[in-house]
Design a protein around this ligand. Sequence first.
Ligand code: ARG
Length: 254
Amino acid sequence: MSQSRMCALLVVSLLSAALPAQAASLPQIKTSGVLRLATEGNYPPFNFYKNKTLSGFEVELGNALARQMGLKPVWTTVVFESLLLGLSRNRYDLVIASHGITPERLKAVDFSAPHYCSGGVLVARPGGPRTLTDLRGKVVTMGVNTTYLGYVQKLPGIAGVKTFSTTNDQLNAVLNNRADAMVLDRFNAIDASKVLPGKLQLGDIVFPERIGMAMDKNSPELVGAVNKALATLMADGTYAKLSVKYFGQDVRCP
Ligand code: ARG
């Protein structure tokens, strides 16, 4: 082979390695018989490992959605900050990991109709900051790529922001005095304060969030099918049952 031809081949193969794989289409997913879901696996009670088994509200909901669509659910767990990247790389079809539906995220991915409504609350040691004004001069800790980080970073007078990949590491930073407060989903915070009785103080709701499932922008048919399945589960009692199991109440958006 001539040197220039080899060079051209090398360029072509480098280019194709750099190009993102195309997301699977709904017909391709149906043919495969499998819905590939991704979540964090470290965010109780939404998605977590219980004796090595992935469980939680979002995991059970994802399983029910797949079954409703006639598909077998197959799960991948990925650190929260990298979850949305895997969609354009075709590593999985859908992310269900408590992502708030925001204009910034909508530039990169599509969202289903919200699968629950919640809000971030301020969490501190007892006697610590309760309101956003209390955060002046304080050190806060947030999750990488979370809406909470984006929000708190913009507040005036914050003394420092420490980021961690998991909620557990953020909670530990608060408990060990390495940070004064964090923002945590309200249902998450209720769960954490049950696990650590007397150790945490829950303050104000910082902002409300509509939480949805993320899919690649090139999969509008998949978004439609997921929304249809979600509406069915919301109408037939499956959703309400799961929600009461994990939260003692129905967490769907009003
Ligand atoms: N709701 C927040 C957001 O949209 C936090 C989500 C964190 N989720 C997780 N699985 N760790 O960014």
